[in-house]
Design a protein around this ligand. Structure first.
Ligand SMILES: NC(=O)CC[C@H](N)C(=O)O
Length: 728
């Protein structure tokens, strides 16, 4: 029995677990494992509560006494719910989350056991954490890493599985010199700037607005593979994606998985992790089968962006843990299986005021719509001016496989606004205003008055566009499923903040020169529209024509990660990031290096896995099968059945030809890896890996996949696509 058939048998024998839903109503369960506003209000003195609430709202600092009171309250709350440990929970540049648990338990000087958690430990910790990537920011022995409490994201209790819970405190991770070593620190900085810039612009329209916060809703796509089969695929285990595997006769061509009925086993997993997520205050709402067999999606309601990003990182961790209980491996890789849909993390971003206005939602009032158009056009202009940087922010070895293939947006950054909105903007440019006839309103202009019950965002959509307007928000679809959303969102917040400041500056100048406010706004927006028009695209982003057209328009189409990443360190990027105070040139260079290194390492791992599987699993098995064939052919020849022996000899020859090529290619790939590894220059090395070494991957795969079709199904060592994808 092969490892594969054993694994298949185990996987087939699984029974869906019976889930006992928690006794509480969802509304009562929601946030029960978070140190929420309600909990704080109950446990803190009125004075401390007011101070902490202000700090959360305005970002002001928290004094020592308040920190002590909060930590004492957190400790008693956490211990009463079964926690034994606490940790600063942060998001280093590895792309995953990090935690280092400390026990509440301590000894007094006279040896008595106490439970301790001081304000100082809440506010700041020094976990060392020196092995995380820093891109050279922590090269000297002096450069310690610190974590610092982010009070705007509630602390939560993480169940450690085998008993015991840990109090997790969302934190930033910075170096001794204050440089950001994580995603959260620059994200928080970008929020401050965006708030400042957007509030100032908002006040042209609504004087009462004091704060603008981006909101984010993250759709998370993923694949599920049975644990046993997962272990029968060393490539999934090592690289997160299958490097070989012939496509099954039936893939996604019938579109029968998409939105199909969810199997009981998968449903049990979903329900289970959703309950856990709800307890942690993650507002998960939708679940469905995605396009590819074995692929699914879940999406929470949108939240304030910092929370949405923390929650997504936490959700990914949670899904993996709950997946273990259900014998599922959750695959977050952007392209775990060739030839079918990859996985994205669609980021639905908007801007919301403290007075409850969604600045990207059109309304029926002309004055408000000028505000809407102002924010809309400023975003479009920002994306136009920094398209390459947005592209860089979603570049990775995994996304390189996904973008532009099987229903994923292409590498060209374009913006979709929808036919009606574009027509309106055209009208604005040609006439200077949007004419509303008597009885007409904005919705009418959007052509949907007759179907008022339909949500705007369902009316006009384009899922082939990487960055599309969906009625009341922008959806950045090109983000990879395994990524931390902060990377693209830091970029988006920063470029929009910078753009809004430009707009404000020009408005102030025009107003000072005596121009009327509405005229000034329209004049500027008209110019923005004309200047950014070439990034607007309404057609099919998957088509060949678009690639040609985009080229003619002068838009970049960068498919290689190592090239795309360059936008992080151009003068233009450094200028805008430094001006906005988000990341310094040094920090940007560090991030660039980390991304390049990450790319190199991923390809190095894949290349090793390919070599190992090809020779130690495939060729070795195939040779044994060939021997069986040779024996059969010899027996037939002995029986003088020469004609019957012929087809068998043909198969033997066929197999041999593939083996010879695989053997040669693996050898060449290994040599090219050696050349790459000896390179000093990081970019040269990444380039060499991305072109030369990676160049062998598809080629080797082609021959291995051919062998999959030639070998007795029983002997084939690796779990096949049909086994991994259709078993639920
Ligand atoms: N139906 C869909 O939304 C497909 C999206 C696709 N999976 C992606 O990679 O983005």
């Amino acid at each position: 029995m092969t490892f594969r058939s054993k694994a298949f048998e185990i996987a087939q024998g699984r029974i869906s677990p019976v889930l006992t839903p928690p006794a509480e109503k969802v509304a009562d369960l929601y946030g029960s494992n978070t140190f929420s506003d309600d909990v704080m209000r109950t446990l803190l003195s009125a004075e401390a509560y007011t101070k902490i609430s202000n700090a959360i709202r305005s970002g002001s600092t928290i004094d020592r006494e308040v920190a002590d009171e909060v930590s004492a309250a957190m400790k008693s709350w956490a211990i009463s719910k079964g926690a034994t440990h606490y940790t600063h929970w942060f998001q280093p540049l590895t792309g995953t989350t990090a935690e280092k648990h400390d026990s509440f338990f301590d000894l007094t000087i006279d040896g008595k056991a106490v439970e301790k958690f001081k304000g100082s430990a809440l506010v700041q910790q020094e976990p060392d954490a020196s092995s995380f990537p820093s891109g050279g920011l922590r090269a000297t022995f002096e450069a310690r890493g610190y974590t610092g409490w982010d009070p705007s994201s509630p602390a939560f209790l993480m169940d450690n599985g085998a008993g015991g819970k840990t109090l997790c405190i969302p934190s930033v991770f910075i170096s001794y010199t204050g440089e950001a070593l994580d995603y959260k620190a620059p994200l928080l900085r970008s929020l401050v700037m965006l708030d400042k810039a957007a509030t100032a612009v908002c006040q042209f329209f609504n004087r009462d607005v004091d704060k603008v916060t981006p909101t984010l809703g993250i759709e998370q796509e993923y694949f599920l593979v049975d644990k046993a089969l997962y272990y029968a695929r060393p490539d999934l285990l090592m690289a997160g994606r299958t490097v070989f595997g012939h496509s099954p006769a039936r893939g996604q061509q019938l579109d029968d998985h998409y939105f199909g009925s969810i199997s009981p086993r998968v449903n049990a997993f979903m329900v289970d992790f959703e309950f856990e997520a709800l307890k942690l205050g993650i507002p998960v709402r939708t679940r469905h089968n995605e396009v590819a067999p074995g692929q699914f999606e879940c999406a929470p309601t949108f939240e304030e962006i910092n929370l949405a990003i923390d929650h997504n990182a936490l959700l990914m961790d949670l899904m993996q843990k709950v997946g273990d209980k259900h014998n599922f491996q959750v695959l977050f890789h952007e392209k775990p299986f060739a030839g079918i849909n990859g996985s994205g993390k669609h980021n639905n971003w908007s801007l919301s005021t403290d007075t409850g206005i969604n600045l990207l939602a059109p309304t029926s009032k002309p004055k408000e719509n000028l505000r809407f158009l102002t924010f809309l056009m400023n975003v479009v202009k920002a994306v136009h001016d920094h398209a390459d940087l947005l592209r860089a922010s979603i570049s990775s070895a995994g996304n390189e496989h996904r973008l532009g293939a099987n229903e994923a947006p292409p590498s060209i950054v374009s913006v979709f606004l929808g036919k009606d909105l574009t027509a309106m903007l055209e009208e604005l440019v040609s006439k200077g205003e949007i004419t509303l006839e008597k009885g007409e309103n904005f919705y009418y202009k959007l052509g949907i008055t007759r179907i008022p019950h339909l949500q705007r965002d369902n009316t006009d959509r384009n899922r082939t566009s990487p960055f599309c307007f969906t009625g009341n928000k922008f959806e950045y679809r090109a983000v990879g499923s395994s990524q931390n959303s902060a990377s693209p969102m830091i970029v988006l917040n920063t470029i929009v903040a910078a753009q809004l400041m430009e707009f404000k500056k020009e408005m102030d100048e025009r107003l000072a020169a005596g121009e009327e406010k509405k005229v000034a706004t329209v004049e500027i927006l008209k110019r923005y529209f004309t200047e950014s028009k070439n990034i607007l695209f309404e057609g099919n982003g998957y088509s060949e024509e678009w690639i040609e057209m985009a080229k003619k328009r002068g838009l970049s189409n960068i498919s290689a990660t190592y090239e795309a990443l360059h936008a992080y360190i151009t003068d233009k990027t450094v200028h805008v990031f430094e001006r906005m105070g988000i990341l310094s040139s040094r920090e940007l260079h560090a991030r660039y290096e980390i991304e390049l290194e990450n790319y190199i390492k991923k390809l190095q791992i894949e290349s090793r896995v390919i070599g190992d599987l090809a020779l130690n699993h495939i060729v070795s098995t195939v040779v044994k099968y060939q021997f069986k064939l040779a024996q059969t052919a010899r027996s037939l020849t002995d029986l003088e059945m020469l004609e019957e022996a012929e087809p068998i000899k043909e198969i033997i020859k066929d197999i041999s030809s593939h083996i010879v090529i695989i053997k040669r290619l693996v050898h060449e790939m290994t040599e090219s890896r050696k050349t790459a590894n000896s390179m000093e220059d990081l970019l040269e090395k990444a380039k060499f890996y991305g072109s030369e070494v990676k160049g062998y991957f598809e080629n080797i795969r082609y021959h291995v996949d051919k062998l999959e079709l030639l070998i007795d199904d029983e002997d084939w060592p690796l779990a096949k696509y049909r086994e991994m994808l259709f078993l639920e």
